[in-house]
Every structure is written in C-alpha cells, then in structure tokens.
Design a protein around this ligand. Structure first.
Ligand SMILES: C[C@H](O)CC(=O)C(=O)O
Length: 267
C-alpha cells in the first residue's frame, strides 16, 4: 500500500508522460508495494483532474490470453471520457499518443441504469439499448508496454480513445456470444476473433464492471458506453494506417491514423 503522497506522485508522473508523450518506467518497479487499490485511486486522481464528462467505461484483461499474460484472474477497468471519443470521418492525430494499439470490441450502449453490487447478466441484457461495433485505441504511458496489473490500472487501464460504428443493434437481434470479428489494416486481415473470447460472453464482462465500479461508489448509467474487452489480440498502430473492423450482425467501424507521428513512425 502506498502513502497519499506516493499516489499523488505516481498520478503526476502518468499525467506528465501522457502530456509529453514520454513513457515512464513501470510504477511496479518504482514502488514495488503498489497494490490494486492504490492503482484505482491513482487512476481516479487523474480522471478527476482532467475534469471531463465520463461517457462510460472500458473493461480490460477480460480475455483468457490477456489474463494469462498478466498472471491475473480478473479483469480491470478504466474510464471513457468525452475527449477520448474518436470519429470515423477524421484521421486521428497520432502524435497525441505514446505507443498506440487498436482492439476490436462489441460496444454496449446502456438504455437504463445498472445495479451495482449483485448486478447479473440478466440485468445487463435488460438494460442494454444497443450493441455497436467498436474499436478501442489503447496506449501505454509505461515504457515499452512493460505493464503489470497495477501499472495498467493506474494508467486508466491503458485506454486512450474509442470509436463506435454507425450500427445500433438490439441485444435480442444477435447472439452476443457468437459475433465474429475481423480486423483489417490497410485491407489486409491482421486479427480475427469471436466475442466469446471475452469471459465467455461480453455480457459477463459488463456485469463484472457494474459490480466492480460499485466498490468505488460508481454506478453505470443510462446512456453510458461500455467496452467489455477485446475479441482479438491488440495490433500496433503505424503512421498512416487505416483499420476496418467487421462484425457479424453489427457491421463495420473504421479508424484512420494521420501519416505523421511524434514517435518516429514513417508515413
Ligand atoms: C491493457 C489493456 O487493458 C488491454 C485491453 O484493453 C483488453 O484486454 O481489452
């Protein structure tokens, strides 16, 4: 467990790393005693200081492969703020990010508030207004993505942005466990997966999120967006890349990156 001063120092370092696009050494190296509660409190310090409206949340580490990689048996979460929302029609100013990657996700748009403690999959399905095709832009303010669990949690679950495609599909219109996703980079398939890679069912990830945020006094509300975790491995972004993700039953979402960077990428 860290002191209040150490948490504030960690939050400052992450904030500076994001602002200056200069990643820092892992917090887990600098402060080996950091724990998960410290990490969520550090995340919240930076979210509060940004002062932006919260549009929703992302769940990370919700696939078995990511959990095994991190040696954890439960997901984590981060905040989606209004200034993280990206637009399919405009290329992303890639210079804003340190070491960006994209992930393919089934987005949830809530039409009603969710309960906190005790939230079930049935509650999630009843409260979901629509599913949408989504790409999450992840980034790490920790050098070379050398993240432990506390590092990524403190760093807003390594989130940096997100974009939803145009479709809004009622959850009853598709089998949410069997949505096939294909990610193309500049026309070439670079990742494929299925929605049940996310905890067996992305709905399970949303129910987990509702219960977990309740530990920190937060409720998921009508209108919120939830990204439940990636159906595929994350793919590195190169300058000038155009990504298209196609989902059975949900259609397409795309994300294009500008061809100049500040991290040395080549147009
Ligand atoms: C490190 C990130 O949280 C990974 C992620 O977004 C995911 O597993 O999904």
């Amino acid at each position: 467990m860290l002191s209040a001063d150490q948490r504030a120092e960690a939050a400052d370092r992450l904030r500076d790393a994001e602002r200056d696009r200069v990643p820092i050494p892992p917090l887990t190296s600098t402060w080996p005693d950091i724990d998960v509660v410290d990490a969520y409190e550090i995340q919240l310090l930076n979210i509060r200081r940004r002062g932006r409206p919260v549009l929703g949340h992302k769940v990370g580490l919700s696939s078995l492969v990511m959990q095994q990689m991190m040696g954890v048996d439960e997901p984590d979460y981060g905040h989606l703020l209004d200034d993280m929302a990206l637009d399919e029609r405009h290329s992303v100013p890639a210079r804003k990010y340190c070491q960006p990657r994209v992930e393919v996700e089934v987005g949830f748009v809530l039409g009603a508030d969710l309960p906190g403690a005790g939230c079930t999959e049935e509650d999630v399905l009843a409260a979901t207004a629509a599913l949408a095709p989504a790409i999450e832009l992840i980034d790490s303010r920790i050098a070379d993505w050398r993240i432990g669990l506390a590092d990524t949690i403190a760093d807003n679950a390594s989130s940096a942005g997100f974009v939803l495609g145009p479709a809004r599909v009622p959850p009853g219109a598709v089998d949410v466990r069997k949505i096939e996703a294909t990610l193309r980079r500049n026309g070439e398939v670079v990742a494929e997966g299925r929605s049940d890679a996310v905890l067996g069912n992305p709905v399970t990830a949303v129910a987990w999120l509702a219960r977990r945020v309740a530990d920190f006094g937060v409720r998921l509300r009508a209108g919120n967006i939830v990204l439940p975790g990636s159906c595929t491995k994350a793919i590195d972004v190169r300058a000038g890349d155009r990504f298209q993700a196609d989902f059975t039953g949900l259609g397409r979402v795309s994300l294009t990156f500008a061809s100049t960077t500040s991290w040395g990428g080549v147009a």
